[in-house]
Ligand binder design. Structure first.
Ligand SMILES: Cc1ncc(C[n+]2csc(CCOP(=O)(O)OP(=O)(O)O)c2C)c(N)n1
Length: 651
């Protein structure tokens, strides 16, 4: 059975003339034991919510996963798909892509990310089990990692978090083959991996990865542990290749016809490429059907729940927001309009969370050790601990990257809508995972506070400048920068309503006035809108701003008006949503032919899209400085007077 994986992998890579045969060949025995004896799944029901999750963190070995899915009978993975490995439009992309085929639980390829996702999935399992009970949620998460995954820094954060939370149903299978691309791992790494995991609070085991009995015994032991387990599986990369086994030569290139012929001889596999003998295929298909009875029993347990609970579970797993969840939010907005508070948007964000946390049972918040600064914890949310997962708030520790990867895992698992906070400047510390949220179309909300020089005294290391531009460059990511409490509520609602994309909420440290005078319609849904019209209808100037700079634009509009210059203020909280509006709406907002001035306390990179080459940008041209916020705005001339000066110069 393991040889079936090996030859499908060798032959598919050879046919595509590209790919990585070595890892699938080395880990074929371990994977066979897992999928035949342990993994709880039903190949005919890939979306069974209580299935075990299998994450191939070493995504370059994608043919291992594709072979397994085909052999066990997943309908999405035909022999034809394997023959089309790495071809345009095929399900079998170079690295496993979430959404291409059932059974691919997450997109992997950037090493270490899968491990971070697996931690999130294991957390989701614990969170949901504590909410719905073990008769509905009780599964393991298995994750296959290579040396590369464990060398990546993200692994440190992921392992530490999992160890701390005692995620005992997380089992990591380490392909301990001592080889990476440049050669033997000893070239670059002398870490004792089991000791590292032990230090992080894990159970560790070491086995011969080509001894199925030993592997089975280890997994059995791991399942009984009260700690997460790492099983170091000593394997030979490219196992079965007559001259290249054990060498980096099998890692990332086709083996060649001669080597593959030699492997056929050595492993006693006389079959043509892509031909699986009936007895082997039968055995694999039986493995794929092993979980069917258990899935049916699970159905019965769900059916036995009262209708209200059943609906709650199904809706939550489907990511549906409960009816009426915005009721408290609407009330909050009405109060804001009535009272016009001056508040930092991070504070308004916390008030929004207080309104919605109880109405959204799947919402799970957190912060990378900046809870009090990010204002991410709603009053009703209790912290999650290793002993108690009933809470709705995760202290991720100083682990931005680990947090973001775990949030992807929480979202992918289903049943959880994750949000997490840090400072906007540290999006750089988790950018690879943000990118994957977007690529995988996951609803993850990044609450990024201290979003400009407006954070003041902490200085340029903490003041984001290029971050908004760089986040806006990520496809399928909403970057939202609300200007007051109303917009903050609107942006939160929009972020939570996105079924297939993540959002970044860029929020201020400093207080901002309430600018919106009404709360009936969610104007942020249009991405940009006219907040203040030009007084006499003859608009000469259009001031476009986001977040904290919208108030400055309003002040400038007043000054211009006094000078007899008619100006409109456009609040533009979200470029991406504005781009999706019809052209006539965009024109109405932008006022073609008027003088355009954009304000944002950040790099102007990209703003010409809205203001043209003739427009003027008031913002940052370099790094910030350490000083009170007011002094910085003056120093960098992000002021109403500067806007007036630019207008006078231009008109
Ligand atoms: C973040 C990241 N950096 C670099 C790569 C390129 N890369 C792919 S596989 C690999 C080596 C991985 O070695 P190992 O995990 O030991 O895999 P094996 O050679 O055993 O298959 C590298 C550097 C990557 N995919 N992701």
């Amino acid at each position: 059975m393991a040889n079936a994986i090996r030859f499908l992998s060798m032959d598919a890579v050879q046919r595509a003339n590209s790919g990585h045969p070595g890892m699938p060949m080395g880990m074929a025995d371990v994977a066979t034991v897992l999928f035949r004896q342990f993994l709880k799944y039903d190949s005919q029901r890939p979306d069974w919510p209580d299935r075990d999750r299998f994450v191939l963190s070493a995504g370059h070995g994608s043919m291992l996963l594709y072979s397994l899915l085909h052999l066990t009978g997943y309908k999405d993975m035909t022999l034809e798909d394997l023959k089309n490995f790495r071809q345009l439009g095929s399900r079998t992309a170079g690295h496993p892509e979430y959404g291409h085929a059932a059974g691919i639980e997450t997109t992997t390829g950037p090493l270490g990310q899968g491990l971070g996702n697996a931690v999130g999935m294991a957390m989701a399992e614990r969170l949901l089990a504590s909410r719905f009970g073990a008769d509905l949620v009780d599964h393991y998460t298995y994750c296959l990692v290579g040396d590369g995954c464990l060398m990546e820094g993200i692994s440190h954060e992921a392992i530490a978090l999992a160890g701390h939370l005692k995620l005992n149903k997380l089992i990591v299978l380490f392909d301990d083959n001592g080889i990476s691309i440049d050669g033997p791992v000893t070239l670059t790494d002398t870490v004792d991996q089991p000791k590292r995991f032990e230090a992080a609070g894990w159970n560790t085991l070491s086995v011969d990865g080509h001894d199925p009995k030993a592997v089975a015994q280890a997994i059995e032991q791991a399942k009984g542990s009260d700690l997460p387990t790492m099983i170091a599986c000593r394997t030979t990369i490219g196992f079965g290749a007559p001259t290249k086994a054990g060498s980096e030569k099998t890692h990332g290139a086709p083996l060649g016809d001669e080597e593959i012929a030699g492997a056929r001889e050595k492993l006693g596999w006389p079959h043509e490429p892509f031909v699986i003998p009936a007895d082997v295929l039968d055995a694999w298909r039986a493995a794929g059907a092993r979980g069917a009875a258990e899935a049916t029993a699970w159905d019965a347990r769900l059916a036995a729940r009262d209708p209200e609970q059943r609906k709650r579970f199904s809706d939550q797993m489907a990511g549906k927001l409960p009816e009426g969840w915005t009721a408290a939010l609407e009330k909050f907005k009405e109060e804001v309009v009535a009272n016009k508070p001056k508040a930092a948007t991070r504070v308004s964000s916390q008030q929004v969370l207080d309104c919605i946390a109880d109405a959204l049972p799947g919402l799970v918040g957190g912060s990378a050790d900046l809870t009090g600064s990010n204002n991410t914890r709603a009053k009703s949310q209790q912290p999650v601990t290793a002993e108690d997962f009933s809470g709705g708030y995760i202290h991720y520790g100083v682990r931005e990257h680990g947090m973001a990867a775990a949030m992807n895992g929480l979202a992918l698992h289903g049943g959880i809508i994750p949000y997490g906070g840090t400072f906007l400047v540290f999006t750089d510390y988790c950018r690879p995972s943000i990118r994957l949220s977007a690529l995988m179309k996951q609803r993850v909300v990044y609450v990024m506070t201290h979003d400009s020089i407006g954070l003041g005294e902490d200085g340029p290391t903490h003041q984001p400048v290029e971050h908004l531009a760089s986040l806006r460059a990520i496809p399928n990511l909403l970057v939202m920068r609300p200007c007051d409490a109303i917009e903050t509520a609107e942006c939160w609602q929009l972020a939570l309503e996105q079924q297939d994309r993540p959002s970044v909420l860029a929020l201020t440290r400093q207080g901002l006035p309430t600018l919106r005078v009404d709360s009936g319609e969610n104007y942020c849904a249009h991405g940009a809108y006219i907040l203040q019209t030009a007084e006499d209808g003859q608009r000469a100037v259009t001031l476009i701003a986001s977040g904290s700079e919208v108030a400055i634009a309003c002040e400038a509009r007043g000054k211009l008006q006094e000078m007899g210059i008619s100006a409109a203020v456009v609040s533009m909280p979200c470029w991406e949503l504005f781009l999706e509006q019809p052209a006539h709406y965009r024109d109405e907002v932008l006022g073609p032919g008027t003088l355009h001035i954009a304000l944002e306390a950040a790099s102007g990179f990209g703003w010409n899209r809205w203001i043209g080459l003739e427009g003027s940008f008031v913002g940052m041209t370099g790094f910030g400085a350490s000083a009170p916020a007011d002094a910085l705005y003056k120093e960098f001339r992000i002021t109403a007077d500067e806007v007036v000066r630019r207008v006078k110069a231009a008109l």
